[in-house]
Design a protein around this ligand. Structure first.
Ligand SMILES: Nc1nc2c(ncn2[C@@H]2O[C@H](COP(=O)(O)OP(=O)(O)OP(=O)(O)O)[C@@H](O)[C@H]2O)c(=O)[nH]1
Length: 336
């Protein structure tokens, strides 16, 4: 039997804030980063995930301001074509990992790779990994449509944040996932580390994709825009000129989440609080993860930036509340 020499593309998906970047950073520590091409897709117009990956791999491709499964699909084709050209010029690339935005449907990405005349000869699907957050899942009933698509497309599901989740909820979630997608292998992660890590990596990097039947069936019907939630999703990208008063900002954030928590799907940002390095802020629905203080800024852009993704609420309401709080927060707000 002839060996398939096409480069495997692994799709890493999962709802907003479910832990994709965290898992990717750990996986990159365990595999050869130089031979792994990473493409990160961010829904917001400001990309932040690459800063976290930078510690394990300096060069990553970032596609921002939409999803690679619809608005940015042609950009994905261009980036993969460039990867193929680099391989033709002698560069050794063993695999591509695409971290999708949290609102992506993996099926159209698979469809693109298998139907684009150039890509189909150079790349194959190595599998779909879906991260599912054990701490927030029960809070979105009925579930977000993207969440269902991501789970049913998966070859591997990683239930994340088991270290801080209610264990009963996590066990119920595992049963729910198995009934939604019986062919997926289910792993869990604590503090961003996958359990049975060696087995997981061996499976992930094996030459053959696990070949999930659900996404193969979906390939024929995946060209339409997938954002079919009844409520509008919007992304706000903000910058603050000057130093942010962290205490006042935290009060504003707590009040915001208290009032509109279920509409705030994701908040992340780098904030200048007057120290040499920024604070990395990470909020997922009503939960704000412990902020991390970096010792220095990841690049020359040292202005605070914040991305807020909302569903079912007018983003101007958030802007209004920020303006009201502005004089306490200290820094001037600039909408990108
Ligand atoms: N305690 C705990 N926190 C986690 C775990 N995995 C991720 N987190 C935290 O959850 C937050 C979001 O994680 P990310 O890896 O940025 O999630 P993401 O899916 O890449 O987010 P988006 O790209 O915005 O969709 C961060 O504050 C992480 O530190 C875990 O297993 N345990």
């Amino acid at each position: 039997m002839a060996t398939d020499t096409r480069i495997p593309v692994i799709i890493l998906t999962g709802f907003l804030g479910s832990g994709k970047t965290t898992i990717l950073a750990h996986v990159m520590e365990l595999i050869d980063p130089a031979r792994t091409e990473i493409i990160i897709n961010e829904y917001g117009s400001v990309g932040l995930d690459q800063y976290l990956i930078q510690q394990v791999k300096e060069e990553t491709q970032v596609l921002k301001g939409g999803c690679v499964c619809c608005q940015l699909r042609s950009d994905l084709v261009t980036v993969l074509q460039q990867v193929a050209n680099r391989i033709d010029s002698g560069e050794r690339i063993d695999r591509v990992i695409i971290e999708t935005s949290g609102l992506a449907d993996p099926a159209p990405i698979i469809f693109t790779i298998y139907t684009d005349p150039m890509l189909q000869n150079r790349f194959r699907i190595g599998g779909v990994i879906t991260t599912v957050d054990a701490t927030t899942t029960h809070s979105h009933l009925p579930p977000h449509p993207e969440w269902i698509k991501q789970i049913t497309s998966a070859d591997w599901v990683i239930i994340t944040k088991k270290d801080i989740a209610d264990q009963h909820d996590a066990a119920m979630l595992a049963r729910q996932i198995s009934s939604m997608n019986p062919s997926a292998a289910i792993y869990t992660a604590k503090n961003g580390h996958v359990n049975h890590e060696k087995e997981f990596l061996k499976d992930l990097l094996s030459l053959n994709s696990r070949g999930n039947l659900v996404w193969q069936k979906d390939l024929t019907s995946s060209t339409a825009d997938h954002h079919d939630s009844k409520e509008t999703t919007a992304s706000l990208s903000l910058r603050f000129a000057g130093t942010v008063n962290w205490s006042a900002f935290s009060v504003w954030l707590s009040m915001l989440l208290h009032a509109h928590g279920e509409h705030i799907l994701r908040i992340k940002g780098l904030l200048d609080v007057g120290s040499p390095g920024p604070i990395v802020l990470n909020g997922v629905q009503h939960i704000v993860h412990p902020p991390i203080h970096l010792s220095e800024w990841p690049d020359e852009d040292t202005v605070s930036h914040l991305v807020i993704i909302v569903r079912g609420i007018d983003p101007d309401r958030i802007l209004d509340s920020l303006h009201i709080f502005g004089r306490f927060i200290g820094a001037a707000l600039v909408k990108v």
